[in-house]
Design a protein around this ligand. Structure first.
Ligand code: HEM
Length: 428
């Protein structure tokens, strides 16, 4: 709950006078006023370090804990003191972040998936930048440049494979993160915008997958994009949008250029913007705990976000990286054959696995007007899903909301069953 950090904010020394000059901040920060006894000053600032109960009956942890090393501020290195003197306006922020805490309970494990999603996104940026040095986004050269990267450039194959695998893992982690925050009802007040921004992040991540799929310009990608951009045409205004996306009536070299610019400019820009808002909210509102956990004493304590939680996050990232390199080296993605619009579409054209559920739905509704029904169902479903924090009133009142848990289970079952059906029919 936000109370963790609201407390942090409330406890950020309201009594401490604002420094009149930059130098004063340095003095204050470098421990000019040493506490008389360990923890004494902090205790005094926070009033009392007693667990409190808020109006909503939610347990609040004590904000100020006795610091095991109250004199550490006096050892600030000269470099950090130099920066603190210049960026002294940031001191309250740093102070605030130092106080951020993460609740420990039996479901704490699920908190690591947001960080893992972030990690794979960072890998995408680095490897994507490297690939861009050799990739050529034209109909004539795209496929050949991929073959060149894969076969001729030192470690080019590894970078390309890591990029492809990391994209898949990023989407997988985002799905796990979304469902774990859903079932823990982390979206409830005041975290509605974390949920909404998170959903936008997922859509953008899927957009990355869709636009990136065409870039190797191989047969499979070409025809999958053809099929994928055909369906939305039946929706009102869909044909217009598809024409813009394709850069004409058909999938062509124009489409490749557009997908490329979306993939490397628009989507990364938008994603970074929304991600900044998402992460800022995470810092400001803090990490939630499942409904009822505080009241029933299921919180085993709190750990500092910095450095404890972050250090554990880093262990997750190392495991993620090892897995990534293993998958990239042992299960490489193929290159296929160069796309040729004049060839007939090969058998078994299917999109990336994260679109299989929708793909199967379209296959199931094969009657006249079925495509439109499928699009309407997906749109309404997505709207309900994004609005969940605003319609789950019970969760906002810190009450259990089994109907929404059921909704999540139905949605999860739809995704898993349909994905499995495509796998069973087409194979990987
Ligand atoms: C690129 C995709 C995403 C990234 C990089 C990301 C990153 C993060 C990080 C680092 C956290 C804090 C640690 C944690 O609780 O896991 C977080 C929290 C959260 N995220 Fe995301 N996220 C992404 C997508 C999503 C999606 C798809 C949703 C849901 C639709 C979502 C909803 C939330 C919520 C509600 C929280 C607060 C959790 C709590 O306080 O208990 N995020 N996110």
């Amino acid at each position: 709950m936000a109370e963790n950090n609201q407390n942090a904010m409330a406890g950020s020394d309201p009594a401490k006078p604002k420094p009149a000059v930059p130098g004063a901040a340095k003095q204050a920060a470098s421990g000019a006023a040493k506490p008389a006894a360990p923890g004494a000053a902090k205790q005094a600032a926070s009033g009392a370090a007693k667990p409190a109960v808020s109006n909503s009956g939610v347990y609040k942890p004590p904000v100020e804990r006795a610091d095991s090393n109250p004199y550490k501020d006096s050892r600030i290195s000269s470099v950090s003191a130099w920066f603190q003197e210049r960026f002294y306006v940031m001191l309250p922020v740093i102070d605030y972040l130092k106080k951020k805490e993460v609740p420990k309970h039996r479901l704490s494990f699920w908190y690591y998936f947001g960080g893992l999603t972030l990690f794979f996104f960072l890998i995408q940026i680095i490897t994507g930048l490297l690939l861009m040095q050799y990739y050529k986004p034209t109909e004539a050269e795209a496929f050949a440049s991929f073959v060149f990267i894969q076969r001729e450039i030192s470690f080019g194959w590894l970078i390309r494979q890591i990029h492809a695998w990391s994209a898949n893992l990023m989407v997988l982690m985002a799905f796990i993160h979304m469902f774990s925050t859903f079932f823990m009802k982390s979206y409830r007040k005041p975290r509605e915008l974390m949920w909404v921004s998170g959903f936008v992040l997922l859509v953008l991540s899927l957009g990355f997958g869709f636009t990136g799929y065409l870039l190797p310009w191989n047969e499979l990608a070409f025809f999958a994009t053809q099929v994928g951009t055909e369906t939305p045409k039946v929706a009102p205004g869909g044909a217009f949008l598809v024409n813009i996306l394709r850069g004409g009536e058909e999938v062509s070299g124009e489409t490749l250029t557009r997908m490329f610019s979306l993939h490397v400019v628009l989507l990364p820009g938008l994603l970074m913007l929304v991600l900044s808002a998402h992460l800022l909210l995470v810092q400001v509102l803090g990490t939630s705990a499942p409904i009822g956990y505080k009241e029933s004493g299921m919180i085993k304590g709190y750990e500092k976000f910095f450095p404890t939680f972050l250090a554990k996050d880093a262990i997750g990232w190392i495991i993620g990286f090892v897995l990534l390199v293993y998958l990239a080296a042992v299960f490489p993605w193929g290159i296929g054959v160069k796309a040729n619009a004049l060839n007939p579409a090969p058998m078994g054209i299917k999109p990336e696995w994260y679109f299989w559920a929708q793909f199967q739905l379209l296959k199931d509704l094969k009657f006249e007007g079925g495509e439109l029904v499928a699009i309407a169902l997906i749109t309404v479903g997505a709207l309900v899903w994004i609005l969940v924090p605003f319609i789950d009133f019970k969760a906002s009142r810190e009450e259990k909301s089994p109907i929404f848990t059921m909704l999540g289970l139905v949605f999860l079952a739809f995704l898993l069953i349909n994905t499995y059906r495509v796998l069973a029919e087409y194979g990987w």
